[in-house]
Design a protein around this ligand. Structure first.
Ligand SMILES: *Cc1c(COP(=O)(O)O)cnc(C)c1O
Length: 224
């Protein structure tokens, strides 16, 4: 799979077959990948790209500014990066604490469309992971809904990399339940972002409608 455009066709077919008619958004995760490979994917019709590091993302945005790309920030967000994320991205998938909300809201340009926000949940309660605890979701969601310039769209999670598929499936199911609860209270909620290269089909079977795929599209990351 050295040709990203060819890999894209194959990933899209696998997504379509797991989704059996539902619509699923593919976010191509370009972290540590060269802009040339991203350009090849964009030329092949891929429009949503995810990045973990603000500086790397902004450099790529400049290099690819002739293309109609939708930029997703998916990495851990530090408070000193809220301005760049609010100004330079279309989506933030990794909001995990309330204290970032005012800065994100303040820095979103008033004439821009709202920043689409997913709350990241630490669904397996791993000490090393970012993400809020499940019970913190309602308060964080309310803060986003109340903030001008931000639009609450749903939830994101990265389950623990359990080798047993059934443990991951259980984590995806807990996320699905949280998602349905949130959707019941907030009508703008429509997105559940779960699943990466090695488990996106499982995530889709369990209800994800956005998947974030890096290595299965681009090959191994050249520098980590
Ligand atoms: C790197 C990353 C991905 C993609 O991981 P792959 O295993 O390469 O598909 C998805 N989501 C997040 C948050 C990531 O950091």
């Amino acid at each position: 799979m050295s040709d990203p455009a060819q890999a894209l066709g194959s990933i899209r077919r696998r997504i379509a077959s797991a989704a059996s008619g539902r619509s699923v958004t593919l976010v191509a995760v370009g972290k540590a990948q060269p802009v040339e490979a991203m350009r090849a994917l964009a030329d092949a019709g891929q429009s949503a790209f995810g990045e973990n590091y603000v500086q790397e993302a902004l450099a790529k945005r400049r290099a690819l500014q002739d293309l109609p790309i939708e930029w997703h920030f998916i990495g851990p967000l530090q408070s000193n990066k809220c301005r760049e994320v609010a100004r330079g991205f279309d989506w933030l998938q990794s909001l995990d604490r309330e204290k970032l909300v005012p800065a994100l809201s303040r820095h979103r340009a008033p004439d821009a469309k709202p920043l689409d926000v997913l709350v990241q949940v630490n669904i397996d309660d791993e000490s090393s992971k970012s993400g809020c605890r499940p019970e913190q979701v309602p308060a964080l969601a309310r803060a986003v809904v109340a903030a001008p310039g931000l639009r609450l769209r749903g939830l994101m999670a990265i389950p623990a990399p359990a080798p047993e598929l059934e443990r991951r499936r259980a984590a995806f199911r807990r996320m699905r339940t949280l998602f349905e609860q949130l959707r019941g209270t907030h009508p703008s909620v429509d997105t559940l972002s779960l699943g990466m290269s090695d488990d996106f089909e499982l995530a889709i079977e369990e209800g994800a409608n956005m998947v974030r795929v890096g290595t299965a599209l681009f090959g191994p990351r050249p520098r980590q």
